[in-house]
Design a protein around this ligand. Structure first.
Ligand SMILES: [Zn+2]
Length: 272
């Protein structure tokens, strides 16, 4: 299979689903990672320019994707923090779904509750739409040249579970080490989220020593999160998804809708 992970910022893919992507890469699938921005506002340090932050975060992204086994990293260079034009992005994402012949798109769930970041919402929404709309030959038909054809992407794997329960758990116990190693490449993220790990470290002014501490704390946190998710289903480490199959222009969830309308309990989650 060809699998296309579409996210907003350099660190998104690694922190959310890289254990799963690494597993699929090891199983022989082709993994493509598409990042819509360079994440150039992702710091509290005042002495840096956007260009410097973008360069640092791009290096971190490439280093992380190498560990995960990503075949190709695509960067779209939209401005960071709330300036992405949805329909324009969808056209680009349709092109990349067609070009990579993506059978599975992995992205943020744009329908979760309490998601504050507009880039996460618009990217998740447009990625899901691109997966369901890439099959229409009359849509963005000017793309259909030089070997690009309409493509029927059959599944969308959504990350982020506030608002509904996951219907898929992926066992990442064999790839957790890769996930942790890849995530710890993102020094800018560890600094930005310093308060999450150590309330006494100032995210705008992290020393070398403090960065080492943050790395240690983040390492622990990533492992305990994976193990907390896995505990539900007796796995040592897991990532959770809400998966929707697609039909052209639709999610293929009509049976599920009917079943829920009739008051049946949801099917138990599947384990991969
Ligand atoms: Zn993000």
């Amino acid at each position: 299979m060809n699998i296309l992970a579409i996210f907003a910022h350099p660190d998104d893919t690694t922190f959310s689903c890289s254990g799963t992507l690494a597993r699929w890469a090891e199983e022989g699938h082709s993994i493509y990672a598409l990042c819509c921005t360079k994440g150039e506002v992702g710091t509290l340090r005042r002495e840096l320019t956007k260009k410097q932050v973008a360069e640092k975060r791009m290096k971190e992204l490439m280093a992380a994707n190498l560990i995960i086994g990503v075949e190709e990293t695509i960067v779209l260079d939209y401005p960071d923090a709330g300036f992405i034009n949805g329909p324009e992005l969808r056209e680009k994402l349709v092109f990349h779904v067609r070009k990579t012949e993506a059978d599975r798109v992995v992205t943020f769930d744009p329908w979760v509750n309490y998601e504050i970041h507009p880039d996460h919402v618009v990217v998740g929404r447009m990625a899901a739409e691109a997966a369901a709309f890439s099959a229409f030959p009359l849509l963005y038909s000017d793309q259909l040249k030089e070997g690009i054809e309409p493509y029927n992407c059959s599944e969308v794997w959504l990350m982020g579970q506030l608002g509904h329960s996951p219907n898929y758990f992926v066992d990442i116990s064999t790839t957790l080490e890769k996930k942790v190693k890849a995530a710890l490449k993102f020094e800018a993220t560890l600094e930005l989220l310093a308060h999450l790990f150590a309330p006494n470290i100032d995210p705008a002014n992290v020393s070398e020593d403090e960065l080492k501490k943050l790395t240690k704390y983040a390492n622990r946190l990533l492992r305990s999160m994976a193990s907390a998710i896995g505990k539900n289903i007796n796995l040592k480490a897991a990532e959770a998804f809400y998966v929707q199959k697609t039909l052209p222009g639709h999610f293929d969830n009509f049976q599920q809708q009917m079943s829920e309308m009739l008051g049946n309990p949801p099917e138990p989650p599947k384990i991969l």
